[in-house]
Design a protein around this ligand. Structure first.
Ligand SMILES: NC(=O)C1=CN([C@@H]2O[C@H](COP(=O)(O)OP(=O)(O)OC[C@H]3O[C@@H](n4cnc5c(N)ncnc54)[C@H](OP(=O)(O)O)[C@@H]3O)[C@@H](O)[C@H]2O)C=CC1
Ligand SMILES: CC(C)CCC[C@@H](C)[C@H]1CC[C@H]2[C@@H]3C(=O)C=C4C[C@@H](O)CC[C@]4(C)[C@H]3CC[C@]12C
Length: 317
């Protein structure tokens, strides 16, 4: 029987179909309704506190790698929220400009220290400066990275060591030096990492090693804080491709995935830190989905990633 558009959409199967549907629905309802209730109850009781910009007002914050990119944008957001800022990177002239802009935007105070994080003594010096200039610390945002190459691994072991010092050991050194102040304030450590710190991507071998190391160190430390009732939160930020100048220059021709905006990325990191979240994913849906694939279909994820690379453009580099 053809569909007439009137009363009998399933023709002679209507009555049995409806009966099966109804009994199916009956059974489903018995399961679905309590299940939905459980989900709702769980959601209601675990509903997180909402982010409010006032959470950062008057807070004393260090941002590393704040002369450009995501770090610079984080400094501007924090300034608008009324924080006390201590920013750092190597390039003095850029830091001066960022400090001036932060003051215009409403920072409670803004200062800078310049130097290289290749040297752990400098990392410790920055924390000491916070103690002297701000009298304490509420949030330590670890964001800087040393420069690397976006290409096949060239076998340079010295470069891997140097990058581990800049991208990993300096994070460890700053954390160790800042612990007394963070314990006193019940503060937060925010660690900026990457999808390349959770999954293997081509052309980021040394960089990826440093980002995986951060996950190991800070996830383990978080467990010890819980055992010892240490009231310091650790937020690990898992970022995808972001449109900072340096990332665009290095990877835009080769990576076919569109980059996400650095301004919004910076805000999501600050929100996650203020809410004391364990991890931040930006952008959320693509990263959560990729991590699900990583755990259940790793070869498929690896294949899908390789498909997003344009190797012809790599050769032109
Ligand atoms: N952009 C992206 O696609 C992604 C970025 N991320 C992460 O986000 C964070 C920020 O990245 P992004 O904003 O793109 O990077 P940028 O290259 O824009 O900024 C890097 C910052 O680190 C500073 N820096 C570089 N070398 C050193 C050094 N030896 N000592 C101290 N500071 C140094 C730079 O300033 P100066 O040169 O003046 O020292 C700059 O302020 C990083 O942790 C990165 O891993 C994660 C995933 C993707
Ligand atoms: C959901 C995911 C499958 C999305 C894939 C995202 C891929 C394309 C993202 C994830 C991590 C990103 C790299 C990164 O973390 C940091 C840098 C440093 C920068 O200076 C040069 C660019 C580089 C190498 C990014 C290149 C793009 C990467 C591989």
């Amino acid at each position: 029987m053809r569909y007439s558009g009137k009363l009998m959409p399933f023709g002679k199967y209507t009555a049995p179909a409806v009966a099966i549907f109804q009994s199916g629905m009956g059974r489903l309802r018995k399961i679905l309704i309590p299940f939905a209730g459980l989900v709702l109850a769980f959601w209601f009781y675990s509903a997180r506190e909402d982010f409010k910009p006032e959470m950062l007002k008057g807070k004393r914050v260090i941002v590393t790698g704040a002369s450009s990119g995501i770090g610079e944008q984080m400094a501007y957001h924090l300034a608008q929220m009324g924080s006390h800022l201590l920013i750092t990177a190597r390039t003095e002239a850029k830091l001066q400009k960022v400090v001036a802009r932060c003051l215009e935007l409403g920072a409670a105070s803004a200062r800078h220290v310049s130097g290289s994080m290749e040297d752990t003594a400098f990392a410790e010096h920055v924390v000491k400066e916070a103690e002297e200039l701000l009298g304490g610390l509420d949030m330590l945002i670890l964001n800087h990275i040393g420069s690397s190459y976006f290409h096949y691994f060239n076998g340079d072991v010295g470069h891997v060591r140097k990058l581990l010092e800049t991208n990993f050991l300096s994070y460890v050194a700053m954390t160790v030096s800042a612990l007394p102040m963070l314990k006193e304030s019940g503060g937060s450590i925010v660690v900026v990492s990457s999808m390349a710190g959770k999954v293997g991507f081509p052309f980021t071998v040394p960089y990826s090693a440093t980002k995986f190391a951060l996950d190991g160190f800070f996830s383990s430390l978080r467990q010890e804080f819980a055992l010892q009732n240490t009231n310091i939160s650790i937020t690990l930020c898992i970022l995808g491709f972001i449109n900072t100048d340096s990332a665009m220059k290095a990877a835009a021709d080769v990576v076919l995935i569109p980059p996400a905006p650095k301004e919004e990325c910076a805000l999501e990191i600050i929100k996650g830190g203020a809410l004391r979240q364990r991890e931040v994913y930006y952008t959320y849906a693509t990263i959560k989905f990729s991590l699900l694939l990583r755990d259940w279909a790793a070869d498929l994820l690896d294949y899908l990633i390789r498909r997003e690379y344009n190797l012809e453009n790599l050769e032109k580099k």
